[in-house]
Structure formats: structure tokens, C-alpha cells
Design a protein around this ligand. Structure first.
Ligand SMILES: [Zn+2]
Length: 215
């Protein structure tokens, strides 16, 4: 089964996440060449999509997205002051997230004339705290973000469980996104590996997709 998200009343978008059973949809999803960085590109119909970990567009009818297996797919849609809609998809593993790809994406939306109070967003299936044991370098990278340290404090363990969706939520909050406009609930890819691809469970090649489209 595929996860489709509710359409926000104020935005003409469709959006959702694929799973192992969805073999059809991936062919028409436009994704960048993902490299676990924090570069963002604008979709262009006549250009090769280069290396980036977030993509956005204001063009109707194009499905843009990211491919993931444990990293978090974050989908976004919001209105611009000129009445247009801007949508995007962000690939946020711990490297991308701690190098602020999601914060940069929200800044880009604001810079393009985005109305923050209209911004709807969703975190898709990803590895969650129950299974995301990481080395202390991940916490040290997260602790360069003020909003994370304020809530979580410093972590001194050599290994510990990192809460990636919570990191993404705290970033969203610090940038002024409305928590009431978060759609859907992420599920753990490792716990639900019969349904989702999980890199840590051994899915080294296959990926599910997070996608979004302006209707
Ligand atoms: Zn889990």
C-alpha cells in the first residue's frame, strides 16, 4: 500500500510516499542526484537534474521527489505572496539534516516570497529513534543547532539513539512553521522492513519515494 496524504484545504497539491509494493509510480518522479549534502535545486523541464538533496518547483503537474531508505523524505508546499504555490522535497539523513538542508529549504521559501503561515509539510517513513543507534559525531553535528541543544542538551555517550524526525520538527519550529500543518506521521523503516526499504536492514540499492505535485 502507498501512503497518500490528505490535501490541505488551502493548497492545490497531491503528495505521498511509496513503499515496496509500488512498482509503477517511480518512473514519473523527478529526483535530483542525491549525495547526502545540503544543496537545493529548482526543477527545470529541459535540464539534467544535477547533484542536490532537495528539489523545488512552482510548475503545475510535475511530480518531484526524493528517494530514501532510512533517511527522511520531507515534503513541503506553501503559497507565495503572488498567489503561486511552491512545492519541494527534501532528502534528510543525519548528514543532510545537521548540515541544515531543511532549514535552508525553508529560508529559500521565505526568500521567494513564501507565506510561512500557509506552509504544509510532512515527514515520511524513515529510521526512527527505536533503531537509529549512531556514534557521538551525529549528536555533535546536531548540537551545532541552537534549537536542538535547547531542548535535548548535550550528549556525551559514545553511542546513542538519534531522533531524526524530532530534529526535523525542531528545525521546522525554529523557522516558524505551524506544527498544526504537519501532515501524516512517519513510521520506522527498520521496524516495518516488510513494507519499507531499510538500508540498515540490508536494502543497499532499492528505495522508496516521497513525492509532491501541484494540481
Ligand atoms: Zn524502529
Amino acid at each position: 500500500m502507498v501512503i497518500s496524504l490528505k490535501t490541505p484545504e488551502h493548497l492545490p497539491i497531491t503528495w505521498g510516499f511509496t513503499d515496496r509494493s509500488d512498482l509503477s509510480v517511480r518512473h514519473d518522479i523527478q529526483t535530483p542526484q542525491q549525495v547526502h549534502g545540503n544543496h537545493i535545486i529548482e526543477y527545470s523541464p529541459d535540464q539534467y537534474l544535477c547533484e542536490a538533496d532537495a528539489i523545488f518547483t512552482t510548475i503545475r503537474g510535475v511530480k518531484i521527489g526524493v528517494r530514501v531508505a532510512d533517511c527522511a523524505p520531507v515534503l513541503f508546499g506553501g503559497k507565495l505572496y503572488d498567489g503561486n504555490v511552491l512545492i519541494g522535497a527534501v532528502h534528510a539523513g543525519w548528514r543532510g539534516a545537521t548540515s541544515d538542508i531543511w532549514g535552508k529549504f525553508i529560508d529559500l521559501f521565505i526568500h521567494r516570497g513564501g507565506l510561512l503561515e500557509t506552509a504544509a509539510w510532512a515527514i515520511g517513513p524513515c529510521i526512527m529513534k527505536c533503531h537509529f543507534q549512531v556514534g557521538n559525531e551525529v549528536f555533535k553535528a546536531a548540537e551545532t543547532h541552537k534549537h536542538w541543544v535547547q531542548v535535548k542538551g548535550q550528549n556525551y555517550h559514545a553511542k546513542d539513539y538519534f531522533d531524526l524526525p524530532e530534529f526535523i520538527r525542531l528545525q521546522a519550529k525554529s523557522k516558524g512553521l505551524d506544527p498544526a500543518l504537519e501532515f501524516g506521521q512517519p513510521e520506522c523503516t527498520y521496524c516495518n522492513s516488510e513494507r519499507f526499504y531499510s538500508f540498515r536492514r540490508g536494502d543497499l540499492k532499492d528505495r522508496q519515494y516521497g513525492w509532491i505535485k501541484i494540481e
